[in-house]
Design a protein around this ligand. Structure first.
Ligand SMILES: [Zn+2]
Length: 283
C-alpha cells in the first residue's frame, strides 16, 4: 500500500497544492477565459463564465461616455443548424448556450425601450445589462432564434432590411408581427442594406425614412432604433439618424472610442464563439 508511506502522501499533497495554486493564478489572470481546452472548461465549471474583462470595459465606458447606457450589446446574424463553416452563423444550440451562460454570469436581458428609459433618466439599468440583437432579418431568426428566446424568456431586437421583407430567405411581415406580439423588438437596418457613407444626403434620407415608415406600417408601432449597414457612419449619416430614430448601433466595439446614443457599440458574434468569454475578445 503506497499511501502508508508518509513521504508519498506528502509529495502527492504538495503536487496537488501546486497544481491548484497554478490553476487559481491562471484563472485570476484571465488566461483561462477561452472557448476550448480542458483547463478553460474546468475554470468555467468551478467559477462560472469569466466576464471580468467585460465588466472592466463597462467601467471604462461609464468614464469616457457619461450618460450613455453602459451595456453589453451583441450582434448576431444567422442562427441555423446548417452552414457550419459560415462565420456569421451561430448554431441554435450554441445560441442557447450563450443565453444560459449569460444567465449563469448574472446578466439581465434588456430591450431598446430600457435604453430609452435610462437615457430619459426614468429607470436605472442593471449592472450587467445585456442587449441581444440580430441584423439583416434572416428567416432563420424566426425559425431558430425566436423559439429559443421565447423559451428562455429573453427579449431580442431584430434589425430588418425593409426592402427584403418576405424575400430570399428573409422574414415575412406576418413573422415580424408575431415576434413583436411575443415581446421582440423590430428595428430598421435601412431599405437596401447599402453602405450609407457612400451616399448623398437625399439617398441617406430615403434609406432611413422609408425603412422606418414601411416597418411602422407593418408593425403598427413606432420604430425607434437603427443599425447601420456595415456599421459605417459619417456626420451626414448621424444627422439623418437623429432626425428619425432615438438611437442607432454600430457593429464593433472600440473601447477607446466615445459612444453616443447614435454610435452605440455591439460585439459581433461569430461561429467560433462557442462560449461567451471569447465574444468579449471580438473587435
Ligand atoms: Zn447587415
Amino acid at each position: 500500500m503506497p499511501f502508508n508511506n508518509h513521504k508519498t502522501v506528502f509529495i502527492i499533497t504538495g503536487f496537488l497544492c501546486i497544481c491548484i495554486g497554478l490553476f487559481s493564478f491562471a484563472r485570476y489572470m484571465g488566461w483561462l477565459a477561452q472557448d476550448s481546452g480542458l483547463l478553460a472548461m474546468i475554470a468555467r465549471t468551478v467559477y462560472g463564465p469569466d466576464v471580468r474583462r467585460e465588466m472592466a470595459r463597462l467601467k471604462h465606458v461609464k468614464e469616457i461616455s457619461p450618460g450613455i447606457p453602459p451595456i453589453t450589446a451583441l450582434c448576431y446574424h444567422e442562427v441555423t443548424p446548417d452552414r457550419e463553416n459560415d462565420c456569421m452563423n451561430v448554431k441554435p444550440e450554441v445560441f442557447r448556450r450563450h443565453i444560459r451562460e449569460f444567465k449563469e454570469a448574472g446578466y439581465v436581458f434588456i430591450h431598446v425601450g430600457d435604453l430609452l428609459n435610462h437615457a430619459a433618466g426614468l429607470a436605472p439599468l442593471p449592472e450587467k445589462a445585456l442587449l441581444i440583437t440580430f441584423d439583416d432579418g434572416y428567416a432563420d431568426n424566426y425559425n431558430y432564434a425566436f423559439p429559443v428566446l421565447r423559451e428562455e424568456q429573453v427579449p431580442g431586437t431584430f434589425f430588418v432590411v425593409s426592402g427584403t421583407i418576405g424575400k430570399d430567405n428573409r422574414m415575412t411581415a406576418g413573422q415580424l408581427r408575431e415576434m413583436q406580439a411575443n415581446g421582440m423588438i423590430i428595428g430598421s437596418h435601412t431599405v437596401n442594406h447599402e453602405n450609407l457613407t457612400g451616399m448623398n444626403a437625399k439617398d441617406i434620407d430615403f434609406e432611413l425614412r422609408t425603412s422606418k415608415e414601411t416597418l411602422e406600417k407593418i408593425l403598427g408601432k413606432p420604430v425607434c432604433a437603427l443599425a447601420y449597414p456595415t456599421g459605417k457612419v459619417n456626420e451626414t449619416v448621424l444627422d439623418k439618424a437623429k432626425s428619425y430614430y432615438d438611437m442607432a448601433f454600430v457593429a464593433v466595439v472600440r473601447q477607446e472610442t466615445k459612444q453616443t446614443m447614435y454610435t452605440l457599440q455591439r460585439y459581433g458574434v461569430f461561429n467560433w464563439n462557442k462560449h461567451i468569454e471569447s465574444i468579449f475578445k471580438n473587435r
